[in-house]
Design a protein around this ligand. Structure first.
Ligand SMILES: C[S@@+](CC[C@H](N)C(=O)[O-])C[C@H]1O[C@@H](n2cnc3c(N)ncnc32)[C@H](O)[C@@H]1O
Length: 288
């Protein structure tokens, strides 16, 4: 395989991607440079639209002529003067994950690592949030891995990489429903299969816009998106949690934790426990 790389203005990246699609060039990826901002409920960000990004296109062929043809096509289509071609192999497309010790007897890492005397969750990051590096993901994982999910149904709102869903399935959850606004299905199914799991159903869409609806009520609901979003999701959560069910909430920042926790309690929840790593707070509540 080959990777073609060139500089392109971020402000025109969407338009360029569409032009490439018309020519059946689909394997396009680039990283948006962002600036992080602090908000009432955590952090926000904006994309630095006026910057140039490295635009990458993967040519799934071992024929250098095919890569050169695509290079010429892209140069003409996007009016780019210079494109670098480099040879890559399949493995380079998958990142590896160095072991992350959760300090509770569990380690998260890609399958090639041997972990002695501890339980292991196999995981290969594919781009979605939830690589296990963030404090909120780690704190949620510690709560989940402490629990027995036998006979329980789980709803994971904002599943990202699906790592939290995978952890509940490893802890024997009967059914797991993972939802995200982004299409993370392949990423989740890949990582589920690395852990020999086949009971995670992935749904793509925005729940807040009623793009997905569920008839069922769940024993355990997880949401790690943010304080403001948690409040916006509370009607939905409350309609889909069983009486006596558990709600695991993360992505809350210390400066609005009490405010969000009080709003959840107003819906009839009791705080069972909470923890904090750096400024990030996680809470476990039960629906009375
Ligand atoms: C902070 S990540 C959490 C990922 C993972 N659950 C974890 O704990 O590491 C939040 C995820 O929520 C998703 N998300 C944000 N708003 C959403 C919405 N309205 N409906 C569904 N998913 C949403 C984002 O795409 C992102 O993957």
């Amino acid at each position: 395989m080959f990777k073609l790389t060139f500089k392109f203005p971020l402000s025109k990246a969407d338009e360029a991607t569409e032009k490439l699609y018309i020519h059946d060039i689909y394997n396009v990826f680039y990283e948006s440079p962002i600036t992080i901002t602090k908000t009432d409920y955590g952090y926000g960000y904006y994309e630095n639209e006026d910057e140039f990004v490295d635009f990458n296109i993967v040519v799934e062929s071992d024929d250098i002529e095919e890569a050169r043809n695509q290079k010429n096509l892209i140069m003409n289509t996007l009016k780019v003067n210079e494109i670098k071609i480099e040879s890559i192999n399949n493995v380079e497309l998958n990142e590896t994950l160095e072991p992350i010790d959760l300090n509770n007897g569990w380690v998260l890492c890609s399958p090639e690592y041997e972990v002695e005397g501890k339980n292991k969750i196999n995981f290969i990051p594919q781009g979605a949030f939830g690589t296990g590096l963030h404090e909120t993901t780690q704190d949620c994982l510690r709560y989940i891995l402490d629990e027995d999910f036998k006979n329980k149904s789980v709803l994971d709102i904002g599943t990202g990489s699906g790592i939290l869903s995978i952890a509940t399935a490893i802890k024997k959850a009967e059914t797991v429903v993972a939802v995200d606004i982004r299409d993370v299905n392949e990423e989740i199914q890949l990582n589920a299969s690395l852990n020999e799991l086949d009971n995670i159903d992935v749904y793509v869409g925005n729940i807040l816009e009623n793009e997905i609806t569920f008839k069922d009520k769940f024993d355990y609901i997880i949401i790690n998106i943010g304080g403001e979003e948690t409040q916006m999701f509370m009607d939905f959560i409350n309609n889909h949690i069983k009486k006596g069910g558990t709600l695991l909430v993360s992505g809350l920042v210390e400066w609005t934790f009490d405010l969000v926790a009080d709003k959840i309690k107003d819906y009839g929840y009791t705080l069972i426990s909470s923890c904090q790593t750096n400024e990030w707070c996680t809470a476990l509540l039960t629906k009375i």
